[in-house]
Design a protein around this ligand. Structure first.
Ligand code: CTP
Length: 401
């Protein structure tokens, strides 16, 4: 449909980037990116009449179309490096697409597929992307790629490990000189944060972090940082938990990355920890979760550790107000197996426990609205944690008693 619409409007449309790469690799990818030769804005707006929600960015001539089923598609106007006159002379067909593709990071991401009428399905590969896919290598399109955008070093590492590719020799050389030349230090904290988050959220984050350490990327980003075997051990454990008990853990969404950040900072001096957190512009709650993780590991070990038996109640009420990611970090960072086991018990089971009866049930049972109800529910929760009640009837009996 997208192609037919473009055809009707005499525009040329292409699917580009990660979607094409993954299609050729036989991998699923839900992110459809379309590039239009001509003006994407009128194309995007035309979908409003079909019941789609659309949003456009006038200045960049880009936008998104959200189809009624919820599927979202990004549409951009093929961009040229240099200034384009508003009434440019008609260009050679394909010229602006080629420029658009040339601005991209790696050859495997620089391919397009036409979705117009007769040329539907034609692969456009100006820079040898398909050959590099076959060779399973990541290669930049030109030597200034990392100068243009140093986040590509981090993107490259993420992609390399996700796809199981290698960097081509010249690309490795350019990465090393980008790091040595201090290009990563020029990036804004927000951009670094976004890339780190994506790396830590990868299924196999540990090998990426390991390679980042070997390349000296963390030192380049955060001067003075100290990443030692302890940090790496914590990161390995975090990855292990997320792989093995992911479905039993509370849903932390993308906040999980904060536990990895704390792990990376685990062995550094306090001023480095603070400077890093400052640089990344964390939100207040995120910042507090990381600081608490780093500062209160000892407190947590004292509260739930030791050879004495700790009741479920005790564990629950110590961890109840702790952000899940902070608790997850402690479980990975402690060297005391009892502490680890008890925190994981909370994260996999105890945190889910709550009374069956709810406030309005108690009102129906004749209790007055107000603080008393909160108190009863709290006591019921404690009784449940002690294993004294199981069913709803147990709870009612317990209250009457
Ligand atoms: N791109 C780039 N330089 C960047 C970021 C993105 O050249 N710093 C290009 C890449 O060629 C990429 C395209 O923009 O294919 C779209 O970016 P994005 O959606 O972030 O990447 P995907 O390749 O779809 O990767 P992922 O699967 O990780 O989302």
């Amino acid at each position: 449909r997208l192609g037919r619409r473009a055809e009707e409007m005499s525009l040329k449309a292409y699917v580009v980037g990660g979607f094409v790469r993954d299609l050729l690799l036989g991998k699923e990818n839900q992110d459809l990116d379309i590039v239009i030769e001509g003006d994407a804005l009128s194309f995007i707006k035309s979908w409003e009449a079909d019941g789609c929600r659309v949003a456009v960015h006038e200045r960049y001539r880009t936008g998104t179309i959200v189809f009624p089923g919820g599927r979202k598609i990004d549409v951009a106007t093929a961009r040229r490096e240099f200034y384009e006159y508003p009434v440019a002379l008609p260009k050679v067909v394909g010229d602006s697409l080629k420029h658009d593709l040339y601005r991209r990071d790696f050859t495997v991401n620089s391919m397009a597929i036409s979705i117009n009428g007769t040329s539907w399905g034609t692969l456009i590969d100006y820079f040898g992307g398909r050959r590099d896919l076959q060779k399973r290598q990541l290669r930049v399109l030109h030597n200034l790629s990392f100068v243009e955008d140093p986040t590509r070093v981090l993107r490259g590492l993420r992609l390399k490990h996700r796809l199981g590719f290698e960097f081509e020799d010249n690309t490795v050389r350019l990465i090393k000189s980008a790091i040595k030349g201090g290009l990563l230090a020029l990036l804004s904290g927000t951009r670094v944060k976004n890339e780190l988050k994506l790396i830590f959220l990868e299924e196999r984050a540990y090998p990426i972090v390991l390679e980042m350490v070997h390349l000296g990327i963390f030192e380049a980003l955060f001067p003075g940082i100290k990443i030692d075997r302890n940090c790496l051990r914590v990161i390995r454990r975090l990855s292990f938990f997320l792989r093995r008990i992911h479905y039993d853990l509370p849903d932390m969404g993308d906040k999980v990355w904060l536990a990895f950040l704390a792990a990376v900072l685990f062995s550094s001096a306090e001023w480095v920890q603070e400077a890093t957190i400052d640089k990344l512009h964390l939100s207040k709650p995120d910042r507090e979760a990381v600081e608490r993780a780093l500062n209160d590991l000892g407190t947590a070990e004292n509260a739930v550790g030791g050879r004495v038996i700790r009741s479920h109640e005790e564990i629950y009420f110590f961890l109840e107000d702790v952000p899940y990611v902070t608790a997850l970090f402690w479980a990975a960072a402690t060297e005391q197996w009892r502490v680890r086991r008890r925190i994981l018990l909370f994260l996999t089971r105890l945190h889910r426990i709550h009374p069956i009866l709810m406030g309005r049930d108690l009102i129906e049972l004749g209790y007055p609205k107000g603080a008393l109800i909160g108190k009863i529910l709290d006591e019921l929760l404690r009784a449940r944690l002690r294993g004294e009640v199981e069913t709803r009837e147990d709870e009612i009996r317990w209250i009457k008693k």
